[in-house]
Design a protein around this ligand. Structure first.
Ligand code: SAM
Length: 362
């Protein structure tokens, strides 16, 4: 198990392990895995050297900007029953919504009006949604606004992915959640790990800039699993990787399970930065939500993260997209860019309003 087990490590020893890690990084082998375990085991309070090193890797490979992506959650219907998610099909207590074409388009306009040039259109795996309408709205957004479009609508048929790509969507997010097949299948009834991986590879083949990611603190997840996740990211060479803590939802199977450790999440982001170098890594909304009085997205920005995803779901729907409780974005409004400007200033960064395409040079 080992999560948060070790203690007492000097900066010199930490740097020696990082050096060992980097000497092997081009050939991901069991030594890399061992170094990752050692570094994940260092308590957060003693992880300064790892976090600072990750910050320097971010500076070298991604620059000083914080890329912005405006997220619009356009349907809260979902056919799946992921154990951790508040949108699980079995949750009869939430009121569901679907945005129509005009609403999605107007939400994209709101993103564009702030100067942000990526809109992320996300939904549950909604089997009743008119996906051709989404294809149409993607075309319309591309025609009207100089914007990049990221889709995040779960596992779909190749033909549909192809239609979306042809309509102009350039990116797709599909988190693997955990790279441990057994654990994945325990937490996702009626879903298959291989099927998800196949979708990720299909998206890449179709030319999407492809994002994946994991949740930290899932029931039965071990430190070894997290080290393997980081190795998995390196092997799959994703353009974007989202890493966020689990936050328990009272209408999910994991309702009695403790929230994930936000500091282990930040360390995982740091190590992912060190290993993947130029992947885009968001300071995730869940990190900003897990503590009431502290926005831990700042800590992530200081430890290798280079992206923030402010929420542009119309206010009337926002609280209905409750994947976990206490989402920070419920309080966010038109002044969000001012808030993020302040956050950038505090962390010695600048907001980057460019499209922020993949740095992988494919
Ligand atoms: N349906 C799409 C899919 O399957 O990729 C996207 C929507 S899904 C709600 C978006 C992400 O929310 C998931 O990939 C998962 O990582 C995250 N998520 C859901 N429930 C969560 C929870 N309780 N704590 C933290 N993250 C959660």
């Amino acid at each position: 198990m080992r999560i948060n087990s070790a203690g007492g490590i000097s900066v010199v020893k930490t740097m020696a392990i990082i050096k060992e890690l980097l000497s092997d990084v081009f050939e991901v082998n069991s030594k890399v895995f061992d170094s990752l375990i050692k570094l994940l085991d260092i308590p957060y309070a003693e992880s300064g050297a790892v976090l600072e090193f990750a910050d320097s890797v971010r500076r070298k490979f991604c620059g000083n900007g914080i890329l912005l992506r405006g997220i619009v959650e356009f349907s809260s219907y979902c056919k799946n029953n992921c154990y951790y998610c508040g949108l699980n099909a079995g949750n009869k207590k939430i009121e569901r919504y679907r945005m129509d074409e005009a609403e999605i388009f107007e939400a994209a306009r709101e993103v564009y009006k702030t100067g942000i040039k990526t809109v992320v259109l996300q939904s549950g795996e909604d089997s009743g949604f008119d996906w051709d309408m989404l294809t149409h709205v993607v075309k319309k957004i591309k025609k009207e606004f100089d914007m990049q479009i990221t889709l995040s609508c779960g596992e779909q048929e190749e033909k549909l992915y192809e239609n979306w790509k042809r309509a102009g969507a350039g990116r797709y997010l599909l988190k693997i959640e955990t790279s441990n097949k057994k654990l994945y299948e325990k937490l996702h009834p009626q879903m298959s790990f291989d099927g998800r991986l196949e979708c990720l590879r299909m998206l890449k083949k179709l030319g999407f800039q492809t994002g994946s990611g994991i949740i930290i603190g899932l029931k039965d997840q071990t430190t070894e699993d997290i080290a393997n996740d980081i190795v998995f990211f390196s092997k799959e060479d994703f353009d974007m990787i989202g890493i966020n803590p689990f936050i328990a939802h009272c209408e999910s199977m994991l309702k009695n399970y403790p929230d994930g450790d936000p500091y282990l999440t930040i360390k995982t982001i740091a190590l992912t930065r060190i290993i993947t170098k130029n992947a885009h890594l968001p300071a995730t909304t869940a990190l900003g939500s897990i503590k009431k009085d502290e926005d831990l997205r700042k800590n992530a920005l200081r430890a290798g993260a280079n992206v923030i995803m402010p929420n542009f779901t119309p206010y009337k729907y926002r609280k209905q997209y409750e994947i976990y409780p206490g989402k920070r974005c419920l309080k966010e409004n038109a002044d969000i860019v001012d808030y993020l400007e302040k956050m950038a200033e505090e962390t010695g960064r600048t907001l980057d309003f460019s499209k922020g395409d993949s740095l992988k040079g494919r």
